[in-house]
Design a protein around this ligand. Sequence first.
Ligand code: MN
Length: 128
Amino acid sequence: MTQGGPERPRKRILVIEDNEFNRDLLTQILEDSYVIMQALDGSEGLARAEQERPDLILMDFGMPKMDGWEATRRIKAQPDLRHIPIIAITSHAMVGDEQKAREAGCDDYMAKPIHEDELIEKIKRWIG
Ligand code: MN
């Protein structure tokens, strides 16, 4: 039971990830503390970001229809959405990948495999 004051509404996180296993893993890690919304590709992710205005976005990069770089660029091109922190979560663990994510407009970066403690720490840093 939470003590000391009224409970604040939970922050909302949009998970944009085409891989079901990763999507479920991220959701399981975060759903006790945050409201989780899901999108299965970059195109759907962009639409949901516009409709839902989440507090933070977790963005995969290799996705069908629209990849994560393009979805990030389009979100960050919108004045009323660009304040939303986007954390890149990518399996492309290659040299220069973090740089590419940041150039697309991502605010933070994590390489797969996903480590629960690192993920939670990063998200707390951005939205508490
Ligand atoms: Mn993917």
